[in-house]
Design a protein. Structure first.
Length: 208
């Protein structure tokens, strides 16, 4: 059986992309990253991809007259690369229903909180951890879920909790949450690639 073809969408540092690449290199994950698309030209994630011999391109929203044309450019690139699973790995743009329908049931997202807490519009990156600390939550974590037409609302595949400590800052907390992101994102991709995910309504059952 040929390796599942991934397209990874990124916006920044790309540590989650690196976790995927490292899992492939170590043989834990048998998939292939066909293309990385960044919403920013200066994203370090592009460098990480290229260093591993993966095609990486920037497709930036500000280059296009409309969101529809921006997304069409990404859809075309992903289709050209025959991508079977789209991974949003620190991709900080909200995708329209048109994009979601183009890859229905084949888009997964990593979010740095325990959904449904601290998610939805405006909750991304460090803002999430800042909100967790301001609220006084004692536990946070990370979630991998299927993307649907809402923001961070699709069926949850995996979650892992992280304890909030008294001396945490958003930056310190984000580092501990990233550690668990780097575990659960490659694991969710493995489960998808091995066809071990059964989606029944909102619930995702894992057949191991
Ligand atoms: C990660 O914490 C990811 O969960 C978050 O952005 C960071 C990207 O880090 N994504 C979101 O907030 C999406 N709503 P990375 O570029 O080092 O992988």
């Amino acid at each position: 059986m040929s390796a599942l073809k991934l397209g990874v969408l990124v916006s920044g540092s790309g540590t989650n992309l690196q976790a995927i690449i490292d899992s492939i290199k170590s043989g834990k994950l048998r998939v292939s990253v066909e293309v990385v698309i960044s919403s920013r030209e200066d994203a370090f994630a592009i460098k990480r991809a290229k260093e591993s011999g993966i095609e990486a391109v920037a497709i930036c929203p500000e280059w296009f007259p409309s969101k529809a044309e921006y997304e069409e450019a990404m859809i075309n690139k992903l289709r050209e690369a025959k991508v079977e699973l789209v991974v949003l790995a620190g991709f900080l743009k909200v995708l329209s229903p048109h994009f979601i329908r183009a890859f229905a049931g084949r888009i997964i997202n990593i979010h740095p909180s325990l959904i449904p807490a601290f998610c939805g519009k405006g909750y991304y990156g460090l803002k999430v951890h800042k909100a967790v600390l301001e609220y006084g939550a004692k536990v946070t974590g990370a979630t991998v879920h299927f993307a649907d037409e809402g923001t961070d609302t699709g069926p949850i595949i995996l979650q892992k909790a992280v304890e909030v400590r008294d001396d945490d800052t958003p930056e310190i907390l984000s580092k501990r949450v990233l550690e668990v992101e780097h575990e659960i994102l490659p694991e969710a991709i493995r489960l998808f690639a091995e066809k071990k995910l059964d989606v029944v309504g909102r619930r995702v059952f894992i057949k191991e």
